[in-house]
Design a protein around this ligand. Structure first.
Ligand code: NGQ
Ligand code: ZN
Length: 475
């Protein structure tokens, strides 16, 4: 086996060995803990080919600080980035449902160019803050008048193009949205851009998957929007069709976010949303239940036992006044979780994890609730849980510095004020619970550098496009 230094990586080797690029991490978070002087070999495809603590380091490119696996962001509605901060006035009932009306009105002017420009800006912000992959819960399918575009996958293609332009890993989840509520109400005017049925949605996913079959940074799944928006027979058809085409396809669904949704579900079905889903749908490790805010103790245990991931979005859940996920009880029974930035009022894994923990501290009047005997560091425990759950929910080999995983890496600035002088076993506590600066210095996705010294090479051009899109939206 031959190793090539980074500056020769585009050349081919003169024997039949696999071309590898070697990096040297002074410190790296590996699946079984922190390790010093770790050589990480990356193949030409962007996959980690070997991890060698204390290994041979000649020819390896030295990384500038402690190295973490990149964080998956398991829940995003990219277009909502453009309205972040614009829906903070009282009115429309001043609750989640009023916010939703504001969001629907905002959609009226959003065309393909705007969707692509906003997504590219958002994905650069994600990369710079430490998210190296995103699951895009994509329900904006049609033109503002509700008619399909000439290519029904137009807006999906724009989101995929944005991710490709800036180089973030993408799990694209086209969404089925078919009714206005548990009472089978028709869609309102504000919802007509979302409409679909299982057959057309599955055909759209097939077409996209065929066009992008060999892109290792891209994966497809499907998302029934919610039990409100998808009737039981359509849910069954969608899930069966998706798994017929791709047995491991991720399935994401919004669930039990608002108390009204719980009440409507009970009134209609006699069961609470998570209770209903776990008994009526084949929920397993391929599923991600977004929010799952309102769980009773029986549901909390059952969700953990299902092997599905709870997709938690603490800053959006706080912003929308959803309620508080029962984190401590869920962790006590071994539940899996990941984090998402959802409406993007914040784009920071640090802030999501910080508020995930602080919600518990505030209500329980206790500290460090995420720590346990094997993981005395709450920051490290939460970070690792979100890596594992995020990787599972995105359906891609990410979240670990390990052979066979994608080379999605974060290099931290250990000399800045947040992390300077912190011992290794406190690094992730300092990262998550202290300071306001972003200590992410360099970001690699699939073996390629996306951010170096805090800058993405396309950030100015992407921001210019975003500003132009905003001008159109607010004209
Ligand atoms: C969404 N967002 O799909 O963007 C939803 C609002 C709905 C959140 N639930 C729409 N946070 O749930 O009906
Ligand atoms: Zn959502």
């Amino acid at each position: 086996m031959r190793y090539r230094s980074a500056d020769t990586r585009r050349q081919t080797t003169d024997d039949d060995s696999i071309a590898l690029t070697a990096y040297l991490a002074p410190l790296a978070l590996l699946p079984d803990g922190w390790a010093k002087r770790v050589r990480i070999d990356v193949d030409a495809d962007g996959t980690i080919a070997g991890v060698w603590p204390g290994g041979e380091t000649s020819g390896a490119e030295a990384l500038a600080g402690p190295v973490l696996p990149g964080m998956p962001n398991l829940h995003s509605h990219a277009f909502q980035r453009a309205m972040a901060g614009l829906a903070e006035r009282a009115g429309g009932g001043d609750d989640f449902w009023g916010w939703r009306q504001v969001m629907y009105r905002f959609l009226e002017r959003l065309g393909p160019d705007e969707v692509e420009a906003v997504a590219a800006q958002l994905y650069i912000e994600m990369l710079k803050s430490g998210y190296t992959a995103v699951a895009e819960f994509h329900y904006l399918h049609h033109a503002p008048d509700g008619r399909p575009y000439a290519d029904p996958a137009e807006l999906s293609r724009r989101v995929i193009a944005a991710a490709g332009r800036v180089g973030i890993g993408l799990t694209h989840l086209p969404v089925l949205y078919a009714r206005g509520g548990f009472d089978d109400a028709p869609l309102t005017e504000g919802q007509r851009r979302f409409t679909g049925d299982p057959e057309r949605l599955l055909a759209l996913v097939q077409a996209l998957a065929a066009d992008h079959a060999d892109d290792p940074n891209l994966r497809f799944g499907v998302a029934p929007h919610s039990l409100r928006a998808v009737a039981p027979d359509m849910l069954a058809a969608l899930v069966a069709g998706a798994h017929g085409a791709d047995p491991m396809a991720p399935i994401h669904i919004h669930i039990a976010e608002q108390t009204r949704e719980v009440e409507d579900c009970v009134a209609r079905t006699g069961a609470r949303p998570v209770e209903w889903l776990l008994s009526e749908a084949p929920v397993d490790g391929r599923w991600c239940l977004i929010h799952a805010t309102h769980l009773n103790p029986v549901e909390t245990v059952a969700l953990a036992a299902s092997d599905a991931v709870a997709g938690l979005c603490p800053t959006t859940e706080a912003n929308l006044g959803d309620g508080l996920f029962p984190l401590a009880d869920y962790l006590a029974v071994g539940g899996k979780l990941g984090i998402g930035s959802d409406s993007h009022i914040s784009v920071s894994p640090i802030e999501e994890l910080r508020w995930l923990d602080y919600g518990q501290r505030l209500t329980r009047r206790r500290r460090a609730i995420a720590a346990n005997e094997t993981s005395p560091s709450p920051g490290e425990r939460l970070f690792r849980l979100a890596l594992d759950g995020g990787a599972q929910a995105t359906g891609r080999p990410i979240g670990r510095i390990e052979s066979g995983c994608r080379a999605d890496l974060l290099v931290l600035d250990a000399d800045g004020p947040t992390l300077a002088g912190r011992p290794t076993d406190r690094l992730l506590d300092a990262l998550i619970f202290a300071g306001n600066a972003n200590p992410v210095r360099d970001v690699m996705v699939g073996g390629g550098w996306r951010v170096r010294e805090g800058r993405h090479p396309a950030e100015q051009a992407v921001f210019d496009d975003y500003r132009r899109a905003l001008a159109t939206l607010t004209a």
